[in-house]
Design a protein. Structure first.
Length: 163
């Protein structure tokens, strides 16, 4: 499989929405609870600073995606934030690493000086190891900062990386 990361196009929206909704439905990583539909998904992805998909270059099948946007405004507007989603059937193929690496480059290109991830669920060990391997630093944990789908609470970790 030849996996490439590229800026999304309108034709990618349906699989992007499906992958995003898969992660939201799992209820263990994203804070969102509402699913995207065709209209809300199109608007959501369009309002981001940058969105990319990881796709199989041979079939153009979308396997994952990320969104990049400011973490804050004004004097803190140089700090970017991102979210990553990989299709359940595509996990384990190092797609997340390709997405995060591309996001780091796009963050620089879009004028961000720092990437900050506000709510990495502590139990998401694979994401945490990836971020740390790519130079992100964990600043600490917020006890019970994330409500899981089952109603229990999990700690969240705050990560950052200079670009």
């Amino acid at each position: 499989m030849n996996i490439i990361v590229k800026q999304y196009q309108d034709r990618d929206l349906a699989p992007m929405i499906d992958i995003w909704n898969e992660v939201v439905t799992e209820g263990i990583a994203f804070p969102q609870e509402d699913l995207l539909n065709k209209q809300t998904g199109k608007a959501f992805f369009a309002e981001q600073t940058y969105c990319a998909v990881a796709a199989d270059a041979d079939t153009d099948t979308v396997l994952g995606l990320y969104i990049l946007h400011p973490n804050n405004i004004g004097r803190c507007g140089h700090i970017g934030n991102a979210s990553f989603a990989v299709s359940g059937k595509s996990r384990g193929l190092h797609i997340g690493e390709k997405l995060v690496s591309d996001c780091i480059e796009q963050g620089k290109e879009h004028g961000f000086g720092i990437l900050q991830f506000n709510a990495v669920v502590a139990a998401n060990i694979h994401a945490r190891h990836l971020y740390e391997r790519l130079g992100f630093i964990c600043l600490g944990q917020i006890p019970k900062g994330f409500r899981l789908k089952n109603g229990k609470y999990e700690d969240i970790c705050l990560y950052y990386r200079t670009l």
